[in-house]
Design a protein around this ligand. Structure first.
Ligand SMILES: [Mn+2]
Length: 410
């Protein structure tokens, strides 16, 4: 199977709809200002790869450094007038950095007719301020560009009037449209194809980073140049570290290999964890833990329904884990508070929202409603046994409950 996502894109109508939905949540005489941001410097003239601020991207689909989106709502108008600011085409610079978007291309992607060059931005913002419009922005955006605007506003005594729209944006972003679910499903398909290649190449004595290389190499081949996050590959005792950062060890015969990985499609994430016996056969303990975690995932899936919360799913799933750990003798049968002791073995959340960010925006207290997408990842780590792992699948919450988007490991 080979799914090519090099040119996977969400339809322009999606961005238009999203801007219209946000306009209904914003008062009159307001200018929402959102920034794509700039890749952070690694050292000297070397930068980390660029990924546009996901809220900026959500409203226009533009993946180009330093771009700015301004949505103005003036007078009696119900809807925003959108203005997009990008760098102009510059053939000399593009010899180094590659082709920039033309205004026509940016317009086609975003559905925004008014695309301007960045040079105009300052005077346009000055104009917005002088007209007394309310400035609205995303306070969770910690880019230099927003900090700079904050400084500028402070000079004008307008700083106090700036409003934060991140709460309204979260309410939109947590509910996925059919097109978003399709993008996530496509990202998952890519990840699953790459995991299949890894499975065919597993062998005792391989290095953890070889697993990373196979997975990320296969993802890049399929056009997912940017993954949801850096792949985690941990063997043996290293599986006890959740975000194990140094995959340099050899994986001995008989050990487990924890993989946590995800390709992107159209900017959307997938997030899948697998626990493999590196020699192809789980020993009885490995098998017992695998079965318990799968049992936890079943519990989690039935606990994910409209009206549930992240915490209610955590509580239900931990009950299954605690009972299972008792069965396995990890928690003593005489222990009066197995649930409390269970936290020593099951210490991370069971699930998180997933979308344009892998740990997507959310309000942790938020009650689940249909249209949400989650990565469900029960994990149990047993230092006494020298290993632990999580098994993670992605699900969509419909009217009738959670459905798998990925194909669970058996
Ligand atoms: Mn996850």
């Amino acid at each position: 199977m080979f799914t090519d996502v090099s040119h996977y894109a969400i339809d322009t109508s999606e961005y238009i709809n999203r801007r219209n939905m946000l306009s209904a949540k914003v008062g009159a005489n307001t200018a929402v200002i959102l920034f794509a941001g700039h890749a952070p410097v690694a050292s000297l003239d070397e930068s980390y790869p660029f990924l546009a601020n996901r809220t900026f991207y959500y409203f226009c689909g533009i993946e180009q450094e330093d771009s700015v989106l301004i949505l103005t709502k003036e007078g009696e108008k119900d809807l925003f007038t959108p203005h997009l600011y990008i760098y102009p085409r510059e053939p000399e610079k593009e010899k180094w950095t590659g082709k920039r978007l033309s205004t026509e291309e940016a317009s086609q992607i975003s559905g925004i007719r008014d695309v301007r060059v960045l040079e105009q931005l300052k005077s346009d913002i000055d104009d917005i301020i002088s007209r007394g419009m309310i400035i609205a922005w995303d306070e969770s955006d910690n880019s230099h560009a927003r900090a700079h605007l904050e400084q500028e506003l402070a000079k004008t005594d307008r700083f106090d009037s700036a409003t934060d729209i991140s709460g309204s944006v979260t309410l939109l972003r947590v509910i996925k449209s059919p097109a978003e679910v399709d993008a996530i499903r496509t990202a998952i398909r890519v990840t699953e194809e790459c995991l299949e290649v890894l499975e065919q190449n597993l062998r005792p004595g391989m290095r953890e980073c070889e697993a990373t290389a196979i997975l990320e190499g296969e993802m890049i081949k399929r056009g997912s140049l940017f993954q949801s996050f850096s792949t985690i590959a941990a063997g043996g005792e290293n599986t006890l570290c959740l975000h194990y950062p140094t995959p340099k060890a050899l994986i001995p015969d008989g050990a487990m290999l924890q993989i946590d990985t995800g390709a992107r499609a159209g900017g959307y994430c997938s997030d899948i964890s697998r626990a493999y016996a590196v020699n192809g056969k789980r020993d009885p303990r490995q098998q017992a833990l695998f079965e318990l975690i799968c049992e936890c995932k079943k519990t989690a899936l039935s606990a994910i329904h409209p009206g549930a919360t992240i915490e209610s799913v955590n509580i239900e799933t931990r009950k299954t884990a605690a009972a299972g750990l008792r069965e396995l003798g990890v928690i003593s049968k005489s222990e009066p508070d197995a649930l409390a002791v269970c936290k020593n073995y099951y210490w991370h959340n069971t699930l998180h929202h997933m979308g344009l960010d892998v740990h997507d925006v959310c309000d942790r207290e938020m009650v689940f409603v249909p249209g949400m997408v989650f990565a469900v990842e029960p994990g149990i780590y047993i230092p006494e046994w020298g290993f632990g792992f999580r098994v993670e699948d992605d699900v969509y919450l419909g009217e009738d409950g959670a459905q798998y988007l990925s194909h669970p490991q058996v």
